[in-house]
Structure formats: C-alpha cells, structure tokens
Design a protein around this ligand. Structure first.
Ligand SMILES: NC(=O)c1ccc[n+]([C@@H]2O[C@H](COP(=O)([O-])OP(=O)(O)OC[C@H]3O[C@@H](n4cnc5c(N)ncnc54)[C@H](OP(=O)(O)O)[C@@H]3O)[C@@H](O)[C@H]2O)c1
Length: 252
C-alpha cells in the first residue's frame, strides 16, 4: 500500500543501500537513491522499484564533498517539487567506506577518507537536510556490529561507526522536539561488495564468520534492507536514540 511518504537512501546504487531502497519501496514509500559515480547502477535500483509499482528517482551525491551539499539540497528540493512534495520523511545514511589494516599500516589519508565519509559526511548531511525533513520524520544511520565486538585491524572503521552511534543518540535529543526519531542500525557481516566482496565471495571467511554467529551464517543485503524499512515504519514510532544490531547474533 502506498504511504505517500518519501525516503532518501545514500549509496543506494548497490549493496545494502539498494536493498534498503527496494524494501522501502515495497513498504509503499517513494524513494530517492543517491549515487556517487555510477548513475547506471542507481538507475537499476530505480528500475527495480518501478517494476514492482513503486516510485523512485536517483540523484548524485558524494557525501565526502560537504561543500557541494547546498547544491544537493537544491537538486533534492526540485525532485520533491516534481512529486508535489516539500519534505522528506525518512533519511537513511547508508553510504560508507571500510578500511581494514593494522595500526602501522594506516596512513593519514586512509584515516581521513574513512572519517570524512562515515562521520563528517553523515553529520553534515543530517545538518543540511534537517530543514527539509518533516517533523515526525526518521533518520537511520548505518553503523556496524564492529562498534560492539572487536577484531584486530578494524580500529579506524570501528571508531568511525562508534562515532556515528554517538551522534545518532545526541541528535535524537536535539531533533526529538520536532518528533524526529534518530536511530543507528548496526549490520553484522553481510554479503555485498564491502571489504572487497569478502563476505560474499570468500568461502573461508563466510564459514569462519558464520561459525561465530548464533544463526550460523553471514547476512544477506535483503535482511538489512527489511530491518531498516521496519525501523522506519510507524510500528517502531516510539523507538529513538537506539542502536539496533542486525547481525544474526554475530560474535556474541
Ligand atoms: N556489508 C557489511 O558487511 C557491512 C557491515 C556493517 C556495516 N556496513 C555498512 O553498511 C553501509 C553499506 O555498505 P555495503 O555493504 O552496501 O557496502 P558497498 O557495497 O561497498 O557499498 C557502499 C556504498 O556506499 C557508497 N559510498 C561510499 N563512499 C561514498 C561517498 N563518499 N559518497 C557517496 N556514496 C559513497 C558507495 O558508492 P559507490 O558505489 O560510488 O562506491 C556504495 O553505494 C556502509 O556504511 C558500511 O559501513 C556494511
């Protein structure tokens, strides 16, 4: 059933972002997906949503390029107007990058790239879009189960996601007066292109991680997308400032 509500999913051209956009489409939301470089991948996400009777569009956005956010807000506003709307209802900050390596191997450039994308980009996009977000809207920031469990070589990435969780809780307080709910959703290892596609393509890694997971395997993108759509739904309207881990019980 169509809700008329509108969601924006960053990094919706592939992986968890695509699965999330598709799940929101199935829940009857109109969906705007952003892509950084590959418009064709984003158009493929849009096509799959339209094929099932949904409404979707794609816009370009590099979340590490904070200076370009005012132009992005203009593009977004124009797209909303074409749909007869002025406000977004759901913002899913999904776009992110991984960086895995031991202490001595991490360069300043690597560190900055992860923080610029995962933390700085997420924070300033929320700042830029807060005026466009409807009162009563929702923000879901994609974190990682790695903010809870610990593996060597994940320090910078895990710290970036821990920062995302803290800013989610704090912004839940700041935006709560407008009825906006802010939550972090923390996927466990999931089979996408992430980390060179290891959780999808490396049989030994899949087996090893599966053995450390209560449900015995790594996750599939649709399992994360469905969880994000559920968290965005009215059924969870009283949930804010929370971290929801969706990992099948990884590394408990
Ligand atoms: N898969 C997992 O096991 C896992 C587990 C926990 C958390 N996560 C988190 O889930 C989110 C999605 O990951 P995924 O598994 O779908 O990974 P993915 O397949 O590598 O996709 C990452 C997405 O983020 C986008 N992105 C990266 N940097 C960007 C930037 N500067 N501006 C705009 N878009 C950017 C990518 O765009 P391009 O296509 O242009 O590169 C792509 O759409 C990330 O935040 C990741 O940290 C993933």
């Amino acid at each position: 059933m169509k809700s008329g509500k509108i969601a924006l999913v960053t990094g919706g051209n592939r992986g968890l972002g695509r699965a999330t956009a598709q799940a929101l489409g199935r829940h009857g939301l109109r969906v705007i997906v952003t892509y950084r470089g590959d418009a064709r991948e984003a158009e493929e996400t849009v096509r799959t949503i339209q094929e099932t009777g949904g409404t979707a569009a794609a816009l370009r956005l590099d979340i590490s390029d904070v200076a370009a956010f005012p132009d992005f807000v203009s593009d977004l506003t124009a797209r909303l107007e074409r749909w007869g709307a002025t406000r977004l209802d759901v913002l899913v900050n999904n776009a992110g990058v991984g960086l895995f390596g031991p202490l001595e191997a991490v360069t300043v450039e690597d560190f900055d790239a992860v923080m610029d994308t995962n933390v700085r980009g997420t924070f300033f996009l929320i700042q830029a879009l807060a005026p466009v977000l409807a009162d009563g809207g929702r923000i879901i920031n994609v974190s990682s189960s790695l903010s809870r469990h610990t593996s060597a070589g994940t320090s910078v990435y895990s710290a970036s996601k821990a920062a995302v969780e803290v800013l989610s809780r704090t912004l839940a307080v700041e935006l709560g007066a407008r009825g906006i709910r802010v939550n972090a959703l923390a996927p466990g290892p999931t089979a996408t292109d992430f980390n060179g596609g290891a959780m999808r393509d490396d049989a030994r890694m899949r087996e090893g991680l599966g053995a450390q997971t209560a449900l015995g395997r790594v996750g599939e993108p649709e399992e994360i997308g469905d969880a994000i759509a559920a968290l965005a739904s009215e059924d969870l309207r009283w949930v804010t400032a929370q971290r929801l881990e969706v990992s099948g019980g990884a590394l408990l």
